[in-house]
Write a protein that binds this ligand. Sequence first.
Ligand code: GDP
Ligand code: IMO
Ligand code: MG
Length: 416
Amino acid sequence: MSTLAVLGCMWGDEAKAKVVDYLGGLADYVVRFQGGSNAGHTIHHAGQKYVFHSVPSGILYPNSKCVIAAGVVIDPVSLLNEMDALTKLGIQFEGRLFIDERAGLVLPLHQELDSSAEAGLGANKIGTTQRGIGPAYADHTARVGLRMADLLYPDWLSSRLEALYKHHKRELDPALVQKLLQIKTRLEPFICKADNLLQEAYLEDKYILFEGAQGSLLDVSFGTYPYVTSSNTISGGICTGCGIPPRMINKILGVYKAYSTRVGEGPFPTELFDATGDRIRIQGNEFGSTTGRPRRIGWFDAFAAAYTARINGLDSIAVTLLDVLSGLPELKICTGYWIGERKLTAFPSHPMELQAVVPEYLSLPGWDADLSDCRKLNKLPKAARDYLEVIQDLVERPLELVSVGPDRSQTIAIKS
Ligand code: GDP
Ligand code: IMO
Ligand code: MG
């Protein structure tokens, strides 16, 4: 098996980075294929906490090379800040980081547009991370955006920036051109054609790990539109994001939290507004890694999870943060949605429908034991094993990993 995709399959923050870190030790390449600095990927290792936004999490492994592929939008200022902070922690980038020349650029203009669009939407706002992601992808699709390779052609860069600012009816500050040219000096050694790199690596039988950002229910086409991000987060996005064919994706692992969370606006059928939700938020430290916002909490939604398992073509699943549920007397899992007398047969695509659904729940007994030291499935309390089995059955995908704490070691691998 030479390539593996690790994808968030709900509304983001499923602990993808923890899973990438656990599985990434042998990876020759770790690849981000979509999204941008809206991602906040946390890894706890050897007493140190790392939060990655644009840099692939594999950078912690000295033998892994990291690729930021064409489908990513890069805020070069934030990327350089992130690289500087990691360099201070002893991480080397030379010869290890590869940035596709086609990746889009996120400029300060895009952050301003993100904030003003949100303000303009008022009560209809999306609740974005305000990192400029939506406007940067919009400009890319409108063919007025700038890409990494544009940094290499100063005259072209200036005229494209002029045109972009004119498109948005704004005045270009010439200092921005100078700033981007300075940025170019630092980023130029990393710019490449990542499709070639990955295709060659694949032919050499290298182990390539694709690190998803956000989650399937935030996918711009198949998520809970319009309350989504602006990229294709599902497995199909790997091909368009990297410039590689579907057959190069050998295995797809979907990551689900043992409960649900969501940051930002939009319908959330299993959301908890009570003390149980507050307890899970505190216990799971559910505050955004990028914005610090408290995450909304809900029960595990197996109806939504089965939908995302299908659209991604998952081979197996990882269930994370199981330890957070210890101490709750009763746990619920959503098994289906009803609207009035009608039981839905497919996940709703319209927010009016999704916000109208009444979840049907299966109630399961909880457990009290602390799970954080468990390293084998049979060491988990029976109620926890039953809970996992129900998830596996409802999502119809084999369980491969269980995470019981933030550290790399706090992981249970399940032999099939
Ligand atoms: P990502 O965006 O999907 O990589 O996830 P985030 O990093 O945004 O959020 C996951 C959070 O849960 C991080 O703070 C992790 O350190 C933490 N975490 C990961 N796995 C576990 C786990 O099994 N148990 C607990 N308690 N925390 C975990
Ligand atoms: P990781 O990779 C959770 C959410 C925002 C908002 C919507 C649109 O850490 O899982 P955007 O800034 O992308 O235009 O915001 O998407 N969102 C995330 N939620 N985890 C993320 O990334 C997210 N990235 C964006 O909160 O609801
Ligand atoms: Mg996150």
